[in-house]
Write a protein that binds this ligand. Structure first.
Ligand code: SF4
Length: 110
């Protein structure tokens, strides 16, 4: 959670920072105990499936780099908060409500 907050703070402070598009473990996963040799080994985890669904909706390519503000504008434009319950079904973060609330605010990073 602390790591995720640090990344969110960096984006707020530097919205032009380049974000590399990946499918699977990312910078947020770097301190997670389920991150083993750069793969998520959490039982029942569907992280690649969740990521692919989002990447398809945003129409961005794995391996590309996009400015954070452009990427977050895309998220706000192409994903409705209510869609997360289907896209991210089974993710424990979903139940905490942060993602849906953040999307509903629309401008958490501005
Ligand atoms: S459970 Fe998997 S996807 Fe979630 S933070 Fe840990 S390594 Fe990343």
């Amino acid at each position: 959670m602390e790591n995720m907050q640090g990344i969110a703070d960096r984006i707020r402070e530097h919205p032009s920072i380049q974000i590399e598009i990946v499918n699977g473990v990312d910078d947020i996963c770097s301190v997670c105990p389920h991150n083993v040799e750069n793969r998520c080994n959490k039982p029942g985890s569907n992280v690649e499936q969740f990521d692919q669904e989002i990447l398809d909706r945003l129409e961005v390519d794995i391996g590309g780099k996009v400015e954070a503000k452009i990427l977050l504008n895309l998220v706000e434009k192409k994903i409705e908060p209510e869609q997360l319950s289907k896209i991210c079904e089974g993710c424990e973060w979903l139940e905490l409500g942060f993602c849906e609330d953040g999307l509903r605010e629309r401008n958490w990073w501005k």
